[in-house]
Design a binder for this molecule. Structure first.
Ligand code: MG
Length: 251
């Protein structure tokens, strides 16, 4: 598969897919509290998505058994929602969400604190989010893809954090995962030339310790090898003539 340039019509649909996903995230953020299970969050979010007449794109993706990936503390990504997984005061929880609107996909992730969290955990969340914005400053027509990667990774590493290597961002559109892969760390080459009309899901996954991760025996949940906290921040963006448009932050 090669990197696709979206038509004006496809872009209109992706704008709506992004706007709706932002609403889903806000509903979930409002529901986060100590005592709620990740299963309850999953069901709430799925109701919101289906209420829009959309489909959760993670559900059954390669057999994934839920609509959202919900990852707690040292879980980096792809946590499976469960009735027995209860959020506690002081946890951090990453919610990765996506939906399909009229055949076009959106994908976005946020990490939140549950109740009162430590200053260290809050800083990890804030730096992870900021690293995304450092990256997309370079997401411009005529630039090269790995400029984004370097900006994200250099910023996060300047705080001593680990930048996950084993998972990367991606193109998005008619499929959830399209070319190209978008690493969150400095590459040897500059990567492909970015062109107006490309749509990317850029998603730094940052750890408070080392960058190494491992997969649990459920074959989904990715955790930090050293047990350190991990945060995730992702938006679907559109490359334009000027600043990128952040589709999943649209109101
Ligand atoms: Mg993604």
């Amino acid at each position: 598969m090669s990197v696709t340039i979206k038509s004006a019509h496809e872009i209109e649909l992706m704008r709506e897919a992004g706007r709706l996903l932002n609403i889903v995230h806000k509903e979930l953020e409002a529901a986060i509290r100590p005592g709620i299970s990740t299963w309850e969050l999953d069901k709430l979010g799925e109701r919101v998505i289906r209420g829009f007449g959309c489909v959760p794109n993670f559900l059954n993706y390669n057999g994934f058994p839920a609509s959202f990936c919900i990852s707690v503390n040292d879980e980096v990504v792809h946590g499976i929602p469960s009735k027995s997984k209860i959020l506690h005061e002081g946890d951090i929880v990453s919610i990765d969400a996506g939906l399909i609107y009229k055949g076009m996909h959106s994908d976005a992730a946020r990490t939140y604190g549950v109740g009162q969290i430590s200053p260290e955990a809050q800083k990890l969340i804030d730096v992870t989010k900021e690293s995304f914005f450092k990256g997309i400053e370079l997401a411009k027509d005529g630039n090269h893809l790995h400029q984004i990667s370097a900006a994200i990774g250099d910023y996060a590493e300047s705080f001593g954090y680990g930048v996950v290597r084993d998972l990367v961002g991606h193109g998005i559109g008619h499929a959830l995962h399209e070319d190209p892969q978008i690493p969150n760390f400095r590459q040897r080459n500059r990567g492909l030339r970015i062109v107006k009309g490309m749509t990317f899901a850029i998603e730094p996954m940052i750890t408070a310790g080392r960058p190494d991760v491992e997969w649990l025996d459920d074959d989904w949940t990715v955790v930090t090898e050293d047990g350190s906290l991990s945060a995730h921040y992702e938006n679907t963006i559109l490359i334009t003539d000027g600043e990128p448009e952040i589709l999943t932050l649209a109101e």
